[in-house]
Design a protein around this ligand. Structure first.
Ligand code: GLV
Length: 331
């Protein structure tokens, strides 16, 4: 992969030379820590034929624009002129840990095909728990035809924490199944069919109204460890946690303790403190915990490239630029 990146970067650099001197802003540095790097590079080159795209570690140190996923500090230090850093995903927590050039703004992917995936994943987890499909699977596995009493929907209010583009879509989707749905966010929001609460003052009320809690918060110093004994014990008895945000939101031993104490029925976790989840981790042995390997919503590369290319083409100082991260808030 590394060889193919440097070869194609060299090819683009010479294209740039052939078409004459190039605006510095058209030089884009690409840095991603996963295996899609080559796909991104090819896609970006097709979407932005006038730009020179170079991939880390063969990047142009004059670049004012970067497109990244989990870049290293070395990448940031090598590009002091960056004015805009496009994040290939929705969560920017990995970027917020780095020292960025002081003038740089971060722009995250807005929806980009992820909201519908989140809605699918969370609806599936809520419905699987509510309709007791895990029990029917166990009955079927043991050859038992064992109907159970239908659950009562009003006994399963769902609370969605974090009402950004993805959280809104999830809350709205759950409301379509007629669950009582509560939403909680830092600033007030309005969503059809959802009782929206906000701020620290309404947090305890939000928790006490909720039986199935869905975490979709950005990870910031203020939200790290927010899913703790103190918060989860306020859920209605038989509470259930769905975490599709970041593993660091959850105090893992508090979840196990609340399941053992019988206050929580279980959890669906797409994210964990350590990823991949180590083989000996207690979560693997808990039948009440459904685990998936951080796949709830994956960046749809084609849509993400189209979104970034549109923003790059509009100009780095475009007044209509959206998806800009508030560096003070961290999301
Ligand atoms: C995935 O976790 C993302 O932040 O896009």
């Amino acid at each position: 992969m590394q060889a193919s990146l440097s070869t194609s970067s060299a090819a683009t650099a010479s294209q740039g030379d052939a078409s004459g001197p190039q605006e510095v802003r058209d030089r884009i540095a690409l840095c991603c820590s996963h295996t899609e790097a080559a796909t991104w590079e090819l896609g970006l080159r097709a979407a932005l034929p006038h730009a020179t795209i170079s991939a880390w570690p063969h990047t142009d140190e004059q670049a004012e624009c970067a497109i990244v996923w989990s870049p290293t500090q070395a990448f940031m230090d090598a590009h002091p002129r960056l004015r805009i850093i496009f994040n290939m995903g929705a969560g920017v927590d990995a970027l917020m840990k780095l020292r960025l050039p002081p003038q740089a703004r971060i722009v995250r992917i807005e929806d980009g095909g992820m909201a519908v995936q989140m809605a699918e994943y969370v609806s599936h987890a809520v419905l699987r728990h509510f309709r007791e499909f895990d029990r029917y699977e166990a009955s079927a596995a043991s050859g038992a035809w064992a109907p159970r009493k239908p659950p009562i929907r009003s006994d399963f209010p769902v609370g969605v924490m974090g009402l950004g583009a993805l959280g809104k879509r999830v809350a709205w989707s759950l409301a379509q199944f007629d669950f009582p749905v509560f939403g909680w966010s830092q600033s007030p929001k309005t969503i059809d069919g959802v009782t929206c609460l906000s701020g620290a003052d309404e947090f305890d009320r939000f928790l006490s109204e909720t039986r199935i809690l869905v975490c979709m918060l950005p990870l910031t110093p203020a939200t790290q460890g927010i899913l703790s004994h103190a918060s989860l014990s306020q859920l209605k008895p038989g509470g259930y946690l769905i975490n599709v945000a970041r593993g660091a939101h959850l105090v893992e031993e508090d979840l196990l303790r609340l399941i053992d104490e019988g206050h929580l029925a279980g959890a669906t976790l797409d994210v964990t403190q350590e990823e991949p989840l180590p083989p000996g981790h207690a979560f693997w042995r808990r039948p009440e915990i459904v685990l998936t390997p951080h796949i709830a919503a994956q960046t749809v590369v084609r849509e993400a490239i189209a979104q970034i290319a549109t923003k790059v083409s509009a100009g780095l100082e475009s007044p209509t630029l959206s998806g800009v991260v508030d560096l003070g808030k961290g999301y």
